[in-house]
Design a protein around this ligand. Sequence first.
Ligand code: BES
Ligand code: MN
Ligand code: ZN
Length: 485
Amino acid sequence: MEIVIRSGVALRESTPLLVQWAWEEETLPTELASLVEAGDFKAKPKQTQLLYPRESLPARRLLLVGLGKRGSASADTVRQAAALAALKARELQLESYTTSLPASDMPTALVAQALAEGTLLGLYRFLEYKSNLSPEQTHEVARLELLVEGDTAAVQAGVNVGQAVAAGVKLARDLANAPGNAVTPARLGEVAEELGQRFGFATTVLGKAALQEGGFGGILAVGQGSANEPRFIVIEHGSTSPDSPTICLVGKGITFDTGGISIKPAENMDAMKMDMGGAAAVLGAMHIVGELKLPLHVVGIVCAAENMPSSTAYKPGDIIRTLSGKTIEVLNTDAEGRIVLADGLHYAQRYEPQAIIDLATLTGAVMVALGPHAIGMMGTSQELANRLTQAGEASAERVWQLPLWDEYRDMMKSEIADLKNTGGRYGGAITAGGFLAAFVGDYPWIHLDIAGTAWVESATRPYYSKGATGIGVRLLAQLLQDYAG
Ligand code: BES
Ligand code: MN
Ligand code: ZN
């Protein structure tokens, strides 16, 4: 969809659909108030009312969308409302519709960005594998006309950012929604190369031979059971400079997680095609970094492998030597994400970064701890944790910090190797973080466990749909924009 910004006054527009935003406990403009029975529409959050104004307005249809109380609104209020409006326009099979920005105390560019994000993400769907759909089922709204009274520059700037962000989220969702037979480690490598071509990133994709040569024992071990060979992927935007920080983003890219020899139950195993959600978030964020040309040195690192049981698979009891030289005793082949990340996190140290952030669908335990509404966060830098907390609030991809005391790291020590890959039943999200901590040296590092948030069974927000959420992309985009100033 294209978003066209032009000057105009909403109530004077002739349009197939005019969307008007309304605050709870505030009076509607008289032209609108006369159209709705007082009390039927209270402008509660997510409340909508479709009206046919006939001769009282030039617009054919009018959609009132409630925003709730002005005092409790955030950018996400606008994002969610915009998604509802876009979905209604699509349901009505419209070619275009018209709106203006809601009146608010928030900065104009921010509101415009949220409006663009909500609109575009709300319309997201994954239809690639559906045959014989009717024109009604595939109908896309071609255009949103965004009317501005006065200066358009801030609105345009916000919409531009929103469009870039939505494109990054779409990439991440498409990758995580696609099945394991399409998105293999090799395919993730191709996607990285395509991004490199498009945005001028330096791209490195290491295959099995190069991984053996380089000593990437963790990624090789996890991937050795699959005919779809592993890849280690690096995409680099910008370069080291004294005035801009270096930030490494490391993504878990298990393109399918059967559990390996410690095989998972059959029920819901299909969902494990999304076990590359961390990698998808890194690639989506790099898309945005490239599109917005952020003045930062950002290194995207993806550890890609398929975790399969086979005669060549790694086994419980195996001891692996990782890239760092540290050894891991494998107690459960289903705790594979931390093993591939061990190599990626160690590799990140060569950039001497100001921040290392990993994203991983790492543990079922984080779902038990936080449910579907927060990313589990832990790490070694409170300053970086605070930045992410702020970015999480601003983007509505919220994080919640868990402790990472030495005692948790101790739970991952092995009797016969340096580390073991599971730490017992309790505190599973944190012990996984304790394991990862062994591979980041003294660099400021944050681990984001997105296992509970990367996938939804139903649209828990209007701009989500069943399947991949693309979580992490908007969080990283916010964080990186904050770094860029
Ligand atoms: N990919 C899973 C974690 C996961 C679970 C992601 C549910 C998304 C939804 C991970 O590789 C895994 O299997 N973790 C194990 C670790 C355990 C064996 C220590 C888990 O959480 O059960
Ligand atoms: Mn697993
Ligand atoms: Zn996994």
